[in-house]
Every structure is written in structure tokens, then in C-alpha cells.
Design a protein. Structure first.
Length: 278
């Protein structure tokens, strides 16, 4: 059952709309999880490293400027390769979510590898001093039945990998369920700007992001719902694209009544409404 205003839902501070800015800090893991051959491809790895060395500082400055707390989904390998990253995010009040270990697509690996991906990611985040993550986001937004069970068995409060609604809802599989904070490709920077030497991709005009995302925001505002925007620091952190992210955020901030919320905050807020509506 999905959230609807008829269920009595009200966002904190009487906000008419809720927005979550989320970032997948894939860095080098985004390449290495695709193929171990990237270990010899220094240019590609440097593009992944840009995520942390250049993209992330821009993002964190923007969020701090507007006092917005966000959700960062960090693969375990990223936490291992960039000491201090987790501490920096936590010091600024952001959420750390689970995003696998080597960014392996669960539908392309064995059950044993899915289990290892879950456990190694948890261990790496714990070693980096992150609290146990409340949320899980699958690599490349693809869940298998096995990983779905692992998410529930490991006690996550919510998942953010599925697309069954444009409002928070309960995702169910084989009699088991979890709070779902949905995503969509149209609300992700990668389909607009992602490109690789192997597979090509898109070089959309940077202003497209602002146009598409503002349209989504305005519809969410009219309907009084929550929406999630997903970004990758190596993608959105490029200067011309980042300027459009700044424009987008400043436009939302200017309305003065948006509830900017971490996904764990949204999950806690909506769970009672979702459970009562079932």
C-alpha cells in the first residue's frame, strides 16, 4: 500500500513536500565491480577517484551552505580506499548507507558472492567507524530474491533500490516485506551524463537535469509526496553539471518550506503510516 494524504500523512514542520538528496560514492569500485581488468586501467580508476577528491568536496560545501543533510551510499571498498571519508560524512551529519562492497550487480553473481558482498560491505563500514546502516541500495539498482532476503535478515530499516511507486511504499517478495524509498532512472544523474569508452553513453546538456528534476519536484509538491534524487560525485561533481545542481537546490531552498531529509529519517516517519494502511 502506498502513501496518500488520505492516510493522514503530514511531513514535519507542516512542509508540503519532502525531498531527499542521495549520493552513491562508487569511486573506483564502480569500475572494479564491473570487471577486475580495470585494475590495469589507470585512466578509468582516476575518473573514479575524482568522485572523492573533487566531486565530493563540492557537494559537501553545497550541502553545508544550505544546512541540508543527505544520504550517502558507500561501497565497502570505497571506505577502505579513502580513509577519513566516512568520518567526514558523519561529522557533517549525513547518513551512511550500504551499497555493497565491490559494487557487484547481484543478478550477475552467485548466491555465495551476494552473501560475501553484503558482509564485506558491512564489515568495511564498521571498520571505518560508521554506525550500522539503516538503509540498503543495491548496486545498479538490481535486487535478486537472495539479496532481498539478506537485506531483511541483516535488519535494514529500508531499501532504496526499487521502482514500484513514486511514493514510499512496502516492497514485498515471497511473503517478506520492507519499507521501500523508491528511485527511478529519470531522477538519477547517470542516465543523463554517464559515458564510458566501452559502452558509450550520453552527454546530455547540463540544463536538462534542472528542467527534468524541477518538473519532478513540482509534481511532488502538488501531490504532497516525497521524492528521491540520486547522484554520483564523479558525475554530478563536474563543474558545469554541478552548477546545475546548485541551481536546482537553490530553487528548492527558495521555497522556504521543503523538508530536506535523510532517507533514514523518511523511513522512520513513513513506517507507521504504511503499516496502518496495510
Amino acid at each position: 500500500m502506498s502513501i496518500d494524504n488520505s492516510f493522514g500523512l503530514a511531513w514535519p514542520n507542516r512542509s508540503p513536500v519532502a525531498v531527499s538528496l542521495t549520493f552513491d560514492v562508487d569511486a573506483e569500485a564502480g569500475f572494479l565491480g564491473d570487471s577486475p581488468t580495470f585494475a590495469r586501467r589507470l585512466t578509468s580508476l582516476s575518473e573514479g577517484r575524482f568522485s572523492v577528491t573533487r566531486g565530493l568536496p563540492r557537494i559537501l560545501e553545497l550541502l553545508a551552505r544550505h544546512q541540508i543533510k543527505a544520504s550517502f551510499f558507500v561501497p565497502g571498498y570505497t571506505a577502505e580506499q579513502h580513509p577519513g571519508l566516512i568520518d567526514q560524512l558523519l561529522e557533517q551529519g549525513h547518513e551512511i548507507g550500504h551499497h555493497g562492497h565491490m559494487h557487484l550487480r547481484s543478478d550477475k553473481v552467485s548466491v555465495e558472492q551476494q552473501i560475501e558482498e553484503m558482509q564485506r560491505g558491512l564489515e568495511a563500514l564498521a571498520k571505518a567507524s560508521a554506525p550500522k546502516p539503516a538503509g540498503y541500495r543495491s548496486s545498479s539498482w538490481e535486487l535478486t530474491p537472495e539479496t532481498f532476503d539478506l537485506v531483511i535478515d541483516n535488519g535494514f530499516a529500508y531499501d532504496s533500490s526499487c521502482m514500484g511507486d513514486d511514493r514510499p511504499y512496502i516492497e514485498t517478495w515471497n511473503g517478506r516485506s520492507i519499507v521501500e524509498l523508491p528511485v527511478h532512472w529519470s531522477l538519477d544523474d547517470w542516465p543523463m551524463f554517464g559515458w564510458s569508452i566501452d559502452n558509450g553513453g550520453n552527454y546530455t546538456h547540463p540544463k536538462t537535469l534542472t528542467d527534468v528534476w524541477l518538473a519532478e519536484y513540482e509534481s511532488a509538491r502538488r501531490e504532497g509526496r516525497h521524492t528521491t534524487f540520486t547522484m554520483h560525485p564523479e558525475v554530478i561533481g563536474r563543474a558545469a553539471r554541478f552548477a546545475q545542481l546548485e541551481r536546482f537546490v537553490e530553487r528548492l531552498v527558495s521555497d522556504g518550506d521543503v523538508w530536506f531529509a535523510r532517507l533514514d529519517e523518511v523511513a522512520r516517519h513513513v513506517k507507521p503510516y504504511l503499516e496502518n494502511a496495510r
